[in-house]
Design a binder for this molecule. Sequence first.
Ligand code: AMP
Ligand code: MG
Length: 476
Amino acid sequence: MSLASDATVVLGTRFADDLPELAVRWQAEPAPAPRLLVLNEPLAAELGLDPDWLRTDDGLGLLVGTRVPDGAQPVAQGYAGHQFGGWVPRLGDGRALLLGELVDTAGRLRDLHLKGSGPTPFARGGDGLAAVGPMLREYIVSEAMHALGIPTTRSLSVVATGRPVQRETVLDGAVLARVASSHLRVGTFQYVAAAGELEVLRRLADHAIARHYPAAAEADNPYLALLDAVVSAQAGLIAQWMLVGFVHGVMNTDNMTISGETIDYGPCAFMDAFDAQTVFSSIDSWGRYAYGNQPGIAAWNLARFAETLLPLIADDQDQAIAHATVSVQEFPHRYAEAFRAGMRRKLGLRDNVSDATVDELTDDLLTTLAQERVDHTSFFRALCRDEVPAAFEDWASRWRPLAPDTAAMRRANPVYIPRNHLVEEALTAATEGDLGPLHRLLAAVTAPYQERGGFERYAEPAPEEFGRCFRTFCGT
Ligand code: AMP
Ligand code: MG
């Protein structure tokens, strides 16, 4: 099938060409009655896609994968992964497809990828489908993360398919069109390494270096440089999650990107009251992926990534292990540095304030926040106005004399995050056919630092009852 001649969408096949061993050519399942629920017009423009055209039948065909341009070659990508610590040798895109790569208006290569587009050979008995609610959740949270300045996959659209999806009840099916700098995961490397395919592994690593870390190609040991770069990118990413109170929920190795972008918003959520034990995922009964565990889990995942690279790092495996260990052990330091830099911004502390002072103020503040179970986001925003609850007065009396830059603080501490009760409200309304709350929530969270009249309720914490029982479900 070809697109209308006025729409010159070009979808590259670089992944499929470079790594045919990881790419299963596949087609999206037909959507009986496609209906556009939300379209990200600024992102479409960034990608050089005409939003008006995307709203046409042909455009919707692209967004659900049933009408792809000539030359495109949609594929399901193979990957493995550790899920909740347990090794699964074959996961892959069970309900997703890489349509191909676009060159955006800034000249960057971006994956155009679909989720919910029907079962693939990786479906492992799953139906290959997705429901409207979870796809809108990914849209909202990923776009909020982007607006917060946190690296993430982006969401281009959610299209309801008109196909029923059987979960606990029958739900409306949907396809999310998502954009990423790539969909390479730690699990992609694990898949190839476990198969013992050294030549493919080298090609995969070279592909990752070319796409994400071209400077590593010039290093003495490009594969060690790749590991180093991913360790740094992930340290920076996780620090940013922690600074905004984001809980990913399923930090399996297949959900950790090589690019350092947040990926796969399933049972994720933002914490309200500050609590390191916060878990939202209904399937995470041990709290493996609790808020406070995220840096440690990231380091564990990076150790799994490092293992895959050992045969490339050096012929002598003892030497390879020694090099890789040094690199992975850098994680806590880089994380601490990134977290401190973020806290410095959140607290408005200028360069003349020592690292030791920033750390001391941070530790004491987080301890009190945890003790008092204070709402994380609104605490920091109120601090921009020098308003703190009584329990924080001692702390504030040490912070205030450092002359915090409150204007800078307002650019570092969001007013609006996609709070769980607001996300649920928007999803429930959308499921019932009312897209108003979704669009209002998107308006709030896509300009998170800009306090606006009429959006007061979007800045408020959840009602008590809501927070205590809130769980997000993985049966997405
Ligand atoms: P996720 O939890 O979205 O990261 O997915 C974990 C794995 O399960 C991936 O291999 C997905 O492709 C697969 N998967 C999740 N839901 C489905 C589904 N409904 N049908 C087929 N595969 C699925
Ligand atoms: Mg996943």
